[in-house]
Ligand binder design. Structure first.
Ligand code: ATP
Ligand code: MG
Length: 209
């Protein structure tokens, strides 16, 4: 039997250290607004140098992401970066997903507005925009001029006619993984910032202690 192919997919990359409702809401809102068939979460792998990397190993972050997304039939989690040794470049991941889904699939890479500024400066932005459109999730009132300035020349040229970087305003979600880790360290609550299943897993495994 042939592989089921979806037409429009969202790709939500992140460290997910841990995954929280900010990530999940951005993915669900993008799915709904852009009529995506599914959203693939791609947790980053283990960095080559452990010192400045994530707190938890790739396998643990993958597991939390699976738990957090299990109740949404339109969410799945990919092991692409979990299984890759060394640095993962967004472009390589997108090309791998492209190979998996086929050339007719429209891909939307979902990021927060701050993460997109990083992508635009560090990684081959033009090639990334050849593979996918980027949905930049922002809070209302975010300084959009900053984003516009960071766009590569080709995107600026087609901005008015055929934009590939699309801004999606979402309600202010001040949740961040950094804050959740700090809360864990200070023994302050994380419940209702993170799905209950993830809260339970963090507690059971003693993560972020
Ligand atoms: P950290 O605090 O460790 O940087 P984070 O909360 O930013 O973690 P990441 O895993 O780095 O989480 O983010 C993955 C993606 O989700 C990025 O594109 C990021 O911009 C986006 N993102 C993070 N937090 C939110 C949020 N509250 N609302 C919408 N998008 C978010
Ligand atoms: Mg971040």
């Amino acid at each position: 039997m042939g592989k089921l192919r979806t037409e429009r997919i969202g790709v939500m990359g992140g460290t997910f250290d841990p995954i929280h409702y900010g990530h999940l809401f951005a993915a669900e809102e993008a799915r709904c607004r852009f009529k995506l068939d599914e959203v693939v979460f791609v947790p980053t792998g283990n960095p080559p140098h452990k010192e400045q990397g994530p707190n938890l190993p790739a396998e643990s972050r993958f597991l939390m992401t699976v738990m957090a997304t299990a109740d949404n039939p339109n969410f799945r989690v990919s092991r692409i970066e979990t299984d890759r040794v060394g640095i993962s470049y967004t472009l390589d991941t997108l090309r791998e997903l492209r190979a998996e889904y086929g050339k007719n699939t429209v891909m939307y890479f979902i990021t927060g507005a701050d993460a997109i500024l990083e992508i635009m400066t560090w990684k081959e932005p033009e090639q990334i925009l050849e593979e996918c459109c980027i949905i930049a999730a922002t809070r209302l009132g975010y300084d959009l001029a900053r984003l516009e300035k960071a766009l590569p020349p080709a995107e600026r040229k087609r901005r008015k006619t055929d934009p590939r970087v699309i801004v999606m305003e979402i309600p202010a979600l001040a949740i961040s993984s950094t804050d959740i880790r700090e809360r864990m360290a200070a023994r302050r609550p994380i419940r209702y910032l993170v799905p209950e299943s993830v809260v339970q897993l963090i507690s059971k495994k003693g993560f972020y202690r």
